[in-house]
Design a protein. Sequence first.
Lengths: 226, 224
Amino acid sequence: MLEMQGIAKFYGDKAVLENISCSFTAGSISLLIGGNGAGKSTLVRIMAGLSRPSAGTARFTGEAASSRSRRTGYLGHATFLYPGLTALENLRFWSDAGGMDLGEDDLLAVLGRVGLAPCARERAGVFSRGMAQRLNLARVLMPDPDMLLLDEPGTGLDAASRVFLHQEVLAARARGACVVLVSHDVAADAPLADRILLLDNRKLAFDGSPSDYDAAVRAEGEPCCA
Amino acid sequence: MLRLTLAVARKDLLLTLARGNGLVQALLLGFLLFFVFSLSQGIGEHTSPQGAATIFWLSSTFCHVLIFSQLYALEEVNNARLGLLLLPAPIQAVWLGKSIAGFSLLLMAQAVFLPVAIVFLGQNLSGALLPALLILLLVDTGLCALGSLLGALQGQGARESLMSIVLFPLLVPLLLAGISVGSQAFGTLSPDGPGMWLKLACAFDAVFLAAGLLLFGFLYAGDE
């Protein structure tokens, strides 16, 4: 579904990613791990088409990652929410802007899925970090995207919301979506994954199944930066 | 594309008029200009029609810069710009949506500026009003097409400061048209009439609209 070949990224003289090649298939969950500054977020932004690689190509079944003809759900460090709009108005805007035909009942149902239905008419600006993240999740999941890129989605979420997040990630895979999940909580998120990719020192240091990763950890010790 | 355009325009108008500071800042700046220029008149004197039209368009231009800075700043709060870039629609829809919202807000501001010009600068609408209305719409279209294009530089550091440097020289022909036809509405007699200025405004509108459609995608980008 998504194929990356020889991806490198430089900010000025500083290399952030070097020679990353990997591919992602539909109906799979890939867990992307690595220490702070390893380049995980940069790689995910390249996958989303929000950042151009300095070298290499990221292609989405034949079309460039920056193409607008597909549906990508991207949850990054920023929430993309308008603080002056209510939760319902935020979802309505992203629904209308994305060309979805969702009525108020549909939008309230989406808010209900993330536990925000009682706050539907409250402004997003007064939400806590966790509530904003749940609303952000609702925005990302609303269009049933083909590609789901989640950059540390657990940030600010309570235990119940994390369970919901895991359920939604599994449901997306079952629907045939390609899910890439960036996380620092390997123990919690690895059981979901079909595959683990470890970024270390700007390069792809490991790419394999969770069982192979466990075996590598047992043989060589915990990767220092994961 | 139309859905994204309308969604952006509706959201911007809602946030600006119902949830934000609205046009307060832009209107205050306009009022200040009218007030300061009214002080330049002696007791019992009136500003010339051409002077009044110039002050009207000067206020409108500054107001439009503030409007578009405000409209594009809405996306910078939580980086919603990236969300717009991911939508499966041409990104020019954002430019068009912001242009429509800005056009509406500018017309609202001008609806306030016009009576202020009449009262503070001692004018009356004794000239041809239809050409004046036409030129108002044409000049506003050009202002908003260009304002929305350059507003995309909002939040991009040094490039943002280019906005005013690039914007004002490009707007000169449109402002000349607005001032000339506006002064005729305030009573100046012109042997040439408004025809030439209307054609000039149409030509510049076409150029600015085409430039917006062609260039917006390059200016409104991700993190580079």
